[in-house]
Design a protein around this ligand. Sequence first.
Ligand code: BG6
Length: 525
Amino acid sequence: MAESIVPPEIADRQSETPLRPAALGNPLAEALEHTPVDPTTMVIFGATGDLAHRKLLPAVYNLAHEGALPERFNLIGFAFEDYDDDSFRTLMRQAVEEHSRRAPKPEVLEALLHRTRYVSGKFDETADFQTLANLLGELDLYADEPLHHMFYLATSPTFFGTVIRQLGEVGLEDKADTSVRVVIEKPIGQDLDSARALNREVLEVLDEDQVYRIDHYLGKETVQNILAFRFANSMFEPIWNSNYIDHVQITAAEDLGIGTRAGYYDSAGALRDLVQNHMLQLLALLCMEPPNALTANKVRDEKAKVLRAMPAPLFSEVSDMAVRGQYTSGTIGSDTVPGYLEESDVPSDSKTETYAALRFEISNWRWAGVPFYLRTGKRLARKVTEIAVQLKPVPHLAFQIHGEPPPPNELVFTIQPNEGVSISLGAKIPGAKTRIRPVNMQFQYGTSFSSASPEAYERLILDVMRGDATLFTRVDEVEALWELVDPVLAFWAADPARPAQYAAGSSGPAEADSLMHGDAKWRPL
Ligand code: BG6
């Protein structure tokens, strides 16, 4: 057996310092809702990267803060950089201090850091995976029970296949008595063919039920609330079809630019970055049939059915259903910001879209004839993610209206910011004349619930440790999603025209208006 790499003083602390709040002297946290979580060692590949720093390490800390981690929990960072346990802990402390949604409590953070280890290794070096396997074995030994293993691939997508093959090489793909769960970040491929190739590579080593393909939008409270609103209230379901719904608009607008991610973004673009995953997932949740239970495969079966009922556009149809745009310089708030082509590391002739607007249909009994408009973009007027469901106008106005007829009802799920749901209704303005004006009925998370919603990554990491894949994308969904966007990607790649231009800080290119049918208009940003 390899020499122990768990120093005795840490090993002692590991077995003595459970992360449950009771032992940390935080009786208030004891009252928090806890779901059973499997004792787990979580390994983050790419632990020194941006995603780990901004999202994953702070999320793990916040779970510890809540007392939501299992009592037996270890974290191992694996990356190429030459850190040791202590210097990685320093890095982790910084990540938590900079990005945790709650001010870290020293005793919680220390306890977590004591459970944190680092392996410096290359993703294609079997010996480094053997070192990892030895450490995992020893942590099992010190825990006095076999721990579940969670491998989180926060690496560049080019390494997904390599890391999973290496896990197989050293026998970490499977474990007697406990589970091995592997989390893969997006993007899963660059198009349908590469996604299929990656899925094949992954499933040569792992079973599908071990794979958790993360889409962080599904971890957002407001996104899960779409299901609650639809299926826990009887008032929506009767109108949830083409008889009553005129059209749906899904918007994911960002005021930020591409930051330092030009390398990734210029080869991805808005369609791959947000539409292929987050936005079409929102559409699938909004439109799926009610599952008879909210279990992983039943929910994912229903989502997959919706995606498969959406006709992929023909090459010749793309120019009529999709518009791409690219931002030029402009003003956001009081700042003047550069255009996309002036961002550092972006090729000056890049045709990558920073904005995409599309019109989709769902060819099934419930939705036939209802247009679904999706738009997303960087450097738009403001950050907002919302789903607006516009109902049809009333069939007949029985009373005399002075002025404009009342606008149709609209149900808006605001995913972020100001999370909530609002319904617009026509109401009579007080007075002798019958004048109707839209008023809003609103539910806002901030005012209805006193506790802040957890970050999406907190919820999703916890779900992996519970073995619940409901909020993760199954292999058939990934492929159905690519089938929908592939023709658009192919058309844009072949199209010599440049993307439509829009000024930073605006609502996007005017060309997107051409997608709208009838009297529909994009909601103002
Ligand atoms: C990521 C994209 O998946 O989602 C980013 O790669 C985007 O480009 C981000 O900014 C948006 O996420 P959120 O949670 O801030 O809406």
